[in-house]
Design a protein around this ligand. Structure first.
Ligand SMILES: [Zn+2]
Length: 154
């Protein structure tokens, strides 16, 4: 079983957005091996037109317990969805684009089916892996320089 956090805009067109998320969750539910976790459902008791600070904290907490984050709808236009994507990215939780519009890698400009949200861009697996390796090499290099400097001060 995979727990998928379903990110979808709420404000703007609350009634229709709730209906859409409801249908999305039903689809995943019907597959039998996915537990769709919808914050719009989970925190339906919170007034969506009121202050959102506390409920955004709830969302981040709930998200940190899920296996993946799945982006739906016009998520780019929703401050909450963008925050969720960034939060999952920081935690190393895979963030998947579930709607057709985002299948192109922003880094190599190729159309790839495995593109995921990665540090604010859409990146294919190859580019994500390359970047991770590069970052690791940079980390190792700066560690080496640090140790050298430490040795020199002795
Ligand atoms: Zn790429």
């Amino acid at each position: 079983m995979l727990t998928a956090y379903i990110a979808h805009p709420l404000r703007g067109d609350i009634d229709n957005n709730l209906k859409r998320v409801h249908a999305i969750c039903q689809q995943y539910h019907a597959q039998g091996n996915i537990i769709p976790i919808s914050p719009l459902h989970a925190f339906g008791f919170v007034d969506p037109t009121g202050p959102q600070e506390l409920v955004l904290k709830y969302c981040c907490e709930l998200l940190s317990r899920c296996d993946e984050l799945w982006l739906h709808g016009d998520w780019q236009k929703s401050e909450g969805c963008r925050m969720e994507a960034e939060h999952a990215d920081r935690l190393g939780i895979p963030v998947r684009f579930m709607e057709a519009q985002s299948g192109t890698c922003d880094l190599c400009a190729r159309r790839k089916p495995d593109c995921q949200y990665y540090h604010g861009v859409s990146a294919c697996k190859e580019c994500r892996d390359t970047h991770k390796q590069t970052t690791e090499r940079v980390d190792q290099a700066s560690k080496y320089l640090f140790l050298q400097r430490l040795e020199a001060t002795k």
